[in-house]
Design a protein around this ligand. Sequence first.
Ligand code: SAH
Ligand code: SF4
Length: 341
Amino acid sequence: MSDGNLFPTPEHAVALYREDTQELYRQADRVRRRVFGDRVFVRGLLEFTNVCAANCHYCGIRRDNTAVHRYRMDEEGILDVIGRGIERGMKTFVLQGGEDPEWTTARLCRFLERVRLRFGNETAITLSCGLKSPADYRDLKHSGADRYLMRFETGDPVLHQRLRNGISLKRRLKGLHDLKDAGFEVGSGYMTGLPGETEDIRIRNALLCRELELDMVGIGPFIPHPQTPLGGSPQESLSHAVRAVALVRLLLPEANIPATTAAGSLQPDGREQMLKAGANVLMPNITPVDHKKDYLLYPGKICLDESGFECVGCLSLRVKTVDQALCFDRGDSPAFAGRTG
Ligand code: SAH
Ligand code: SF4
């Protein structure tokens, strides 16, 4: 153990991961409680466009899936949803989308400036819209974005290049460094259960999160989508993702780690399992109901018929079952504050 016996060393954490799942979960829960208490931070997730020029083999909205009905929200629509979230006490919004050529960096920047004018600086805006140039990231940060999420998906270079349709792991990691240089609070993460993944790759994925000193880490189970090249792949167990959350909590005690929608989609109590294993964030999906059904990265996604604002009631009951409580603070990452402050 290190840090005055508070947090296990990486070697100890990996040994726990390999040997004893119950002890791994117990330690991860202890570390989470020590850093965050019983608070589960709430982020409103808004899927603002499902148009994507990329063609990742795992993703249901990839360019070549012609069966998808494409939509693109406009500025007024997005501002309206953010405003409704703020009325309900939300302070953090994640704007996620495909790599949409019409939502250019210049357009995003103009939009972010409007968000700042209308809602002030109390609100944290997180973007998640893929790979861009260093200058793009600097402009987005300068225009008012606070955080950026971009998973590396898998830390295995061969698998990465294959599944991301030729884009290299090196390029993705450069993007994460560029985001950090631009001053963002940076989130990344990965899927578990991709075809070709081994236990060794799973451990390396977690260690890569530590190497990158991430402020946020999103981990979800890969769920095969029938209209993709990986449609025939087996569904691997959710337990890989839950164990990964626990390991990453031990490796990065201060990171914000969501209990992901994909976990809740694969198993009804998937998010609760993650909250008990070290996760400390929930992201209700506040995308307008008309669009939700068209943002199917994977099949079986939950809460498609409800407004995410209604989901908050359900989530507050769910977190009670694991002895935690929703918290509407901005929830800036203590890791980020430590790095920049
Ligand atoms: N276009 C952006 C953000 C949207 S995709 C990007 O790619 O970074 C958001 C996340 O959905 C991806 O990072 C990936 O980890 C996840 N995802 C995509 N397809 C999935 C699938 N079939 N099962 C589970 N998660 C998936
Ligand atoms: Fe596009 Fe993201 Fe899906 Fe890849 S994972 S196809 S970049 S939306």
